[in-house]
Design a protein around this ligand. Structure first.
Ligand code: FAM
Length: 435
């Protein structure tokens, strides 16, 4: 058996037992009170999900298991000492709660390269059946669904598998799916933006390095950037739209392809993952209207106009965070180190000095600070990956690491069908004695 799966089996059975005992002994304990406003404002702050892979603190930001982003960069295995951590190591950490050694990370790299070689031909056929003008997220999600014909989970379920074993075919399907996403993403990128000049996978490369290679970028700089991007977007606790949707659909025992495609449809919304493309549209309009070296006063006016038009400023604000997103800070540090003079990075820095004040002055925005999307597109563009519509697909490839390791845990824990209650306006009015 593969060593990662073997370890998961041991850790999983212990934790599943712990959860069972916890519910048996404390199932009736009250953990939180819920207000009417919380329900109506998108269930913000309501603790209602079990997710181990990462947790989010409003002030500190994301922790993957127990590790902050700077700690990850220190401890996760890298190809070179001054490089970025390998996303394969983050997958292992999220799945098993421990930092892996280099040999284990190499095992995952080789295992994923092997699995990626076996994508069914019809996944490419369905992409080719779509017009090139179809947004890359449409092409990506369609291909993910098409690959579900190879679902181990569905096959095992149809054969009458015992429910305590659900995690096993889920583990296999998740690893297949994660391994194949870079191939699908790069295929779409080359199809739409590079005249169908496809590049074969190099099975000797790591997962993120291969993605850069298949997209047509072989420099070490871009591979390093891709590793950073794949680590930073991998997870954001369980309540965000893509994670929650993947989990929700999975509770119907939908296979990993169905579940992940559902999550990716959520990622494609402009308030979630598509914000990285929206930011670039917003910046391009700013440059077109004012020029590529706007003063802070001009940026302020432009931002205020966006608000006057009843639009949001993309890349700013967050449903949970109340400080600058550490994923923004890490990317800014990276840019300041390697490409400090890039014009777009200078612009991002100037916007950062102006927009929080503009948002604060509305009196209603709960978090005026930048999120991950405020800089990711500018970083990619500065390195020559200028085709903005592919950015959300790259986000999706990375997000698979977190939401799909959680999906395996959902089956280990035997998480049941998710089914909250809904009530009418009349019910809420009556409940609080509204006249
Ligand atoms: N620009 C303008 N208005 C904003 C704003 C922004 N960046 N962020 C929040 N608001 C408004 C919001 O629309 C709401 O207005 P109304 O009361 O008129 O409806 C008000 O401020 C209160 O919202 P909130 O409680 O502060 O934020 P929410 O939790 O409702 O929404 C976001 C969170 C992320 C959807 C919101 O901040 C936003 O629309 N930001 C811009 C889009 C974006 O960058 N999304 C990416 C989020 C990212 F981290 C990710 O998922 N990748």
């Amino acid at each position: 058996m593969d060593p990662v799966k073997q370890k998961l089996k041991e850790v999983g059975s212990k934790r599943a037992e712990q959860l069972k005992r916890l519910v048996a002994e404390h199932g009736n304990d009250v953990i939180q009170e819920v207000t009417l406003e919380q329900v109506i404002s998108g269930m913000k702050g309501i603790v209602a999900l079990l997710t181990d892979t990462s947790s989010l603190d409003p002030e500190e930001g994301i922790r993957f298991r127990d590790y902050s982003i700077p700690e990850l960069r220190q401890h996760l295995p890298k190809l070179k000492d001054d490089g970025e951590p390998l996303p394969e190591g983050l997958f292992y950490l999220m799945l098993l709660g421990e930092i892996p050694d280099r040999a284990t990370v190499d095992f995952i790299s080789r295992d994923w390269a092997r699995r990626a070689a076996d994508i069914p031909g019809h996944a490419f056929d369905v992409i080719n059946a779509l017009p090139k003008s179809a947004h890359p997220m449409i092409q990506f999600n369609t291909a993910i669904l098409a690959m579900s014909t190879q679902s181990h989970f569905r096959k095992a379920y149809m054969e009458g598998m015992d429910k305590k074993d659900y995690w096993d075919p889920m583990y296999e399907g998740v690893n297949d799916l994660i391994s194949r996403l870079p191939v699908i993403a790069a295929y779409i990128y080359r199809r739409v933006f590079h005249n169908e000049k496809y590049i074969d996978m190099d099975p000797s490369l790591d997962w993120a390095g291969n993605l850069a290679h298949m997209m047509g970028y072989d420099s070490e700089e871009i591979k390093r950037l891709m590793r950073l991007y794949m680590v930073l977007h991998a997870d954001h606790e369980g309540g965000n739209v893509s994670a929650h949707t993947t989990h929700l659909v999975g509770t119907a025992l939908s296979n990993p392809y169905y579940s992940f495609a559902a999550g990716m449809n959520g990622l494609a919304g402009p308030l979630h993952g598509m914000a990285n493309q929206e930011v670039m549209v917003w910046l391009e309009q700013l440059i077109a209207e004012i020029g590529d070296n706007p003063t802070k006063e001009q940026i302020r006016e432009y931002a205020e106009n966006t608000l006057k038009q009843g639009r949001v400023i993309p890349g700013y604000g967050h449903a949970v965070l109340r400080k600058t997103d550490p994923r923004f800070t890490e990317q800014l540090n990276f840019a300041n180190k390697y490409i400090p003079e890039a014009p777009l990075i200078k612009l991002v820095r100037n916007i950062y000095e102006v927009v929080p004040d503009v948002l604060r002055s509305t009196g209603k925005v709960k978090n005026p600070w930048p999120n991950v999307d405020a800089i990711s597109g500018s970083l990619l563009t500065s390195y020559g990956i200028t085709e903005h519509p592919i950015y959300t697909v790259l986000f999706g490839v990375s997000r698979s690491l977190g939401v799909l390791s959680s999906l395996i845990w959902d089956r280990i824990y035997g998480q049941p069908l998710e089914r909250p209650s809904s009530k009418s306006l009349e019910w809420y009015m009556k409940k609080v004695g509204f006249k």
